[in-house]
Ligand binder design. Structure first.
Ligand SMILES: [Fe+2]
Length: 371
């Protein structure tokens, strides 16, 4: 079995090949193509990431291909070209594909390639993918160029492996964060799904506000864990049906500080701290725990503040039913300038006008499905 050249609905594309995005790897491929140029003519270059029976991610250098496509496929056995390369230990050179045309996926012919070199990507003897060099003629591949091709494949294998190791690490981080968020919600069943909904809205809002991409991960962790400090607040107070006494309210108001302490010393959550500590600050300075105002309040916390407020209102509580989206939006509007950053709240209102409540789907991080 060989590549399925069209993605189709059954082939969800992974967003990333590990920690590197597809664009990053295509960028690396372009450089590899240039590096190979003095040794072997390269008309097209692709990398497949994964092994037998895994969903492979196929990335191509756009200049080398007529159609710019990235798609997933599966190599099930050694009958086709990709299978033979994956099963081998060194470069496999096909000087004229006409000699065994059925072994090749349709796109090879459609792109006008006539010969190719496939190299398994081996990392400590483990197969992590394959590199393919395409040529539009049937010219002989000189033996002297093979060591260079192998060297380039080694570099590609290392990049792929490192990227996926980091992605696995990040996935573990996220699982830890999810477990912590579940612990908060177990204590207060009325907040079920709250952390994930807040996270989804917060990320959408941050992207619309053009928050720097590298802050999004901090926001994701911070939004998931914004109420982690409630773990340190007694259940009777959290789930109380009636009005809180001033003393009880004082205890609840400690949760941002308790939360910050809980994650203190956890390296990968350092960037989430400002969200946890400052998500109850108010734009006019009347919030807690520090009474920060305006831009003193970290941007990510200003985002979570408005999203948290809206989601809390549209969720049922032990002491009241859920407000409708329209009612909650009115409350947000009333809070502009007082409770909330006007620019942040205005953008958020546009989002909820379109999607009053996000679908109950898991928040995606790290590698996409199958990789
Ligand atoms: Fe909170």
């Amino acid at each position: 079995m060989e590549d399925n050249p069209s993605p189709g609905p059954g082939w969800p594309l992974p967003r990333t090949a590990g920690i590197l995005t597809n664009d990053d790897i295509v960028d690396i491929l372009e450089r590899l193509m240039l590096a190979l140029d003095p040794f072997i003519r390269v008309d097209g270059l692709s990398v497949k990431i994964g092994g037998f029976a895994e969903e492979l991610l196929i990335l191509r250098v756009p200049q080398g291909f007529k159609r710019e496509v990235v798609y997933a496929s599966r190599v099930l056995d050694e009958r086709g070209f990709a299978g033979r390369v994956l099963a081998g230990s060194g470069p496999l050179v096909i000087e004229d594909i006409a000699s065994d045309i059925d072994s090749f996926p349709g796109y090879v012919r459609r792109e006008g390639f006539r010969s190719l070199v496939g190299v398994p990507l081996l990392y400590r003897r483990r197969r992590v993918g394959m590199l393919c060099i395409f040529k539009r003629d049937t010219s002989h591949v000189p033996d002297t160029s093979i060591p260079v091709v192998s060297l380039v494949a080694d570099v590609a294998a290392t990049i792929v492996e490192n990227s996926q190791l980091l992605a696995r690490l990040e996935k573990n981080y996220f699982s830890t964060v999810e477990a912590l968020a579940a612990a908060i919600e177990a204590k207060d069943p009325y907040t079920r799904g709250h952390s994930k909904r807040v996270t989804q809205y917060a990320i959408t809002l941050a992207e619309r506000l053009r928050v720097a991409a590298d802050a999004i991960k901090d926001l994701q962790y911070g939004a998931m864990l914004h109420d982690i400090g409630k773990i340190g607040v007694r259940g009777q107070i959290l789930n109380k049906r009636g009005r809180l006494t001033p003393e009880e309210y004082k205890i609840i108001k400690r949760h941002p500080i308790i939360g910050e302490r809980i994650i203190d010393g956890v390296d990968f959550l350092e960037g989430a701290k400002p969200v946890i500590r400052s998500h109850h600050e108010r734009f006019d300075g009347r919030g807690y725990p520090d009474g920060l105002r305006d831009e003193e309040i970290p941007m990510l916390a200003r985002i979570v503040a408005v999203v948290d407020f809206y989601d809390a209102l549209t969720s049922e509580r032990p002491y009241r039913p859920a407000f409708s989206a329209e009612q909650a939006m009115l409350f947000v509007k009333e809070g502009i300038g007082g409770d909330f950053d006007p620019a942040v709240a205005a953008e958020f209102l546009k989002i909820v006008a379109a999607v009053p409540r996000p679908a109950e789907v898991p928040v995606e991080v790290g590698p996409g499905p199958g990789l």
